[in-house]
Design a protein around this ligand. Structure first.
Ligand SMILES: Cc1ncc(COP(=O)(O)O)c(C=O)c1O
Length: 428
């Protein structure tokens, strides 16, 4: 959709946005996407067009938009105030729920975004180890901090383990504090950890990196080598937490890290994220538990606010019910298989990668094990496919289909029909 063929309200809004927002958007999605409402597994834009929604607010809306139980919980809390800064019973209950669900979680500290959670998890590892360097993986996303924006998406990857900054405005000195390794290459990680063990504070990894599943033995190897050297292993579970299983990717893949970060689903669509992990490391957030120089100073205005906490708790209640994950996985499997079949039958070199709750297509026939392999994908083809799909009523991010518990059989059929037509046009 462009400005010319947008209906009037959307066109007007885009004009207003262009005046007051850099690039005419919030920076997350293209400026022409202006959404008005979300219900279940669908969203409606300001022109009144309805879409099957695989964007899901970039992941939080796992049980669907405006879920009645989440809405009711939030409405019940609103008359009692929206934030106190102080500890409250709903945040305490959510922390208990996290400790019950997530294997590594003995204690929890709430923040408001995945970016913050990852920043503090890395800082906690530094405080615990009294060392500075963090090892991360090329292509791994850990939010927007200076440390995280190292070799997230380098157009020209550098030489391992030297990082390539992803953004303007990052001090050069930060590059010296990060080491970069290739995902799924345990030999490389092993060598780097041995070489840098006396400088390393921690290793941070997305156990499922963007769309790339860990190869058998990779997470086990990472756990083994970090344990051998007493280096905290941090799983960034902002995406995978409560999505791949109730206990997240650590339950799904069967590997327990020392710390993890959570976001998206645990806030039920409100601003809430968390650092969780072993009490021995988490105690650095407690002034009375560690020496002054080891204390990790951390406060946040909206941390653990009761509205987000009740929304998160209501979401977890839904997720705990029998059959929830089976349904999401069945929907995802049907979608993944159907898309792969359509592409194969059309003779397009492409593969659907991911896990059933989160997948996408990469336009290459070559195997994908790490970030550099993803660069072999035909990006122009992917962008064209996404654009055609948007025109046919499919809303998604640039490189992800998030599957929701709310997606129905009708949504699946709508999607397969849109894929069929878009693939025909891609070929034509
Ligand atoms: C793996 C991962 N970590 C961290 C973040 C950052 O979370 P937020 O956008 O809440 O800052 C994201 C966001 O998509 C993410 O996917």
């Amino acid at each position: 959709m462009n400005l010319e063929n947008a209906t009037k309200p959307a066109g007007e809004l885009m004009e207003r946005a262009r005046r007051v927002l850099p690039g005419g958007s919030f920076g997350n999605m293209p400026a022409e996407v202006v959404l008005r409402e979300g219900r279940g597994g669908r969203v409606v834009d300001e022109s009144g067009r309805e879409y099957v929604d695989f964007l899901l607010g970039s992941g939080p809306m796992f049980i669907g938009h405006a879920h009645p139980e989440v809405t009711a919980a939030v409405e019940a809390q609103l008359p009692f105030g929206t934030t106190y800064f102080a500890t409250n019973r709903h945040g305490i209950a959510l922390a208990e729920a996290v400790c019950e669900a997530v294997p590594c979680a003995e204690q929890v500290r709430f923040v408001c975004s995945g970016t913050e959670a990852d920043l503090y998890a890395m800082r906690a590892a530094r405080a615990f180890r009294r060392r500075d360097k963090i090892l991360k993986f090329e292509g791994g996303y850990h939010g927007m901090s200076d440390y995280a924006l190292m070799s997230l998406a380098p157009a020209k990857p550098g030489n391992f383990p030297r990082p390539v900054p992803d953004s303007g405005g990052i001090p050069r000195s930060v590059e010296d504090e990060m080491l970069i390794a290739a995902f799924n290459d345990i030999g490389m990680v092993d060598g780097l950890i041995k070489e840098h063990r006396d400088e390393l504070a921690g290793v941070i990894v997305e156990p499922f990196q963007r769309l790339i599943p860990p190869q058998p033995g990779f997470l086990q190897g990472l756990r083994r080598v970090t344990s051998e050297h007493g280096i905290p292993l941090i799983f960034d579970e902002v995406v995978t937490g409560f999505r791949f299983a109730y206990g997240g990717a650590q339950e799904y893949y069967g590997i327990e890290p020392d710390l993890c970060t959570l976001g998206k689903i645990i806030g039920g669509g409100y601003a809430l994220a968390a650092i969780a992990g072993r009490a021995e490391i988490m105690k650095h957030f407690d002034k009375l538990a560690v020496a002054d120089e080891d204390f990790l100073f951390q406060v946040g205005t909206l941390s653990g606010n009761p509205v987000a906490a009740v929304a998160g708790l209501a979401t977890l209640e839904v997720l705990k019910r029998p059959g929830t994950y089976e349904k999401v996985f069945a929907t995802g499997r049907t979608l993944m298989t159907s898309l792969q079949d359509l592409l194969s039958r059309a003779g397009i070199a492409a593969q659907v990668i991911g896990e059933p709750p989160l997948f996408d297509v990469v336009f290459t026939g070559d195997p994908i094990r790490n970030y550099r392999d993803t660069l072999k994908g035909d990006k122009a083809m992917a962008a064209r496919f996404n654009q055609l799909l948007r025109q046919k009523g499919i809303m998604k991010g640039e490189s992800k289909y998030y599957v929701s518990l709310a997606h129905t059989q009708a949504d699946i059929e709508w999607t397969i029909s849109a894929w069929t037509d878009a693939i025909a046009e891609l070929k034509g």
